[in-house]
Design a binder for this molecule. Structure first.
Ligand SMILES: C[S@@+](CC[C@H](N)C(=O)[O-])C[C@H]1O[C@@H](n2cnc3c(N)ncnc32)[C@H](O)[C@@H]1O
Length: 191
């Protein structure tokens, strides 16, 4: 991505993160700032496809368990986790087929009743590359200031991602649209 071509006029988002109560948590694309790891520590298995992003997150010494792995092929057995998080990682899985495959894997490794929690930036199919900028406030009031370089040309709206999540078999619990980003909470159904 050429830096000259990146739109940089996107407003800073202020995002407060709540404590995570669920037991065992899978954090998909969990490297870089390692937000979920820093909140839920040794209850987290964090997966990232890039070793360098795992190394970055480990600077915070969050005590979580780290796996260098593709979200499409998780190195875990079935029905293990109580929660799976995708916090601003979906935008780096640009193709719908990758996003869908990652959701299928999350579905497989979650227990019945397990939670899926997605935070993602809104990307219009025709949008140029841009920065998504946010200041996260962790539950202990630590601030984490981040700018993610995001490529356009993908369909990542709340409605579109909610449909992918439903197609995989999750029940949508709630959604919230913040304009430039959104939240989807869903559940692995209990048979
Ligand atoms: C914005 S960054 C990390 C955000 C992170 N959740 C945090 O708390 O800071 C998104 C991450 O997703 C990872 N990623 C992209 N594609 C992936 C895939 N197929 N499987 C696993 N991780 C992936 C990237 O390597 C990158 O570290």
């Amino acid at each position: 991505m050429k830096r000259d071509n990146i739109r940089s006029d996107v407003e800073w988002q202020s995002i407060r993160l709540n404590p995570i109560d669920a037991g065992l948590v899978l954090d998909v694309g969990g490297g870089s700032e390692g937000l979920v790891s820093r909140i839920a520590g040794d209850r987290v298995c964090a997966v990232d496809i890039k070793f360098s992003k795992v190394v970055e997150a480990r600077i915070y010494e969050p005590g979580s368990n780290w796996f260098v792995s593709d979200a499409q092929y998780l190195p875990f057995g079935d029905n293990l986790f109580d929660m799976a998080t995708f916090w601003f990682s979906l935008m780096f899985m640009r193709e719908d087929s990758i996003k869908k495959r990652a959701f299928q894997e999350a579905f497989r490794v979650l227990q019945e009743g397990g939670l899926l929690h997605i935070m993602a930036s809104t990307i219009d199919r025709n949008e140029d590359p841009f920065f998504f900028r946010a200041v996260f406030t962790l539950p202990d009031e630590t601030l984490s200031k981040i700018g993610y370089g995001v490529r356009g040309g993908q369909e990542q709206t709340l409605e579109h991602i909610a449909k992918l999540v439903s197609d995989v078999g999750f029940d949508i619990d709630s959604t919230r649209n913040h304009g430039s980003w959104f939240i989807i909470k869903a559940k692995h159904p209990v048979q």
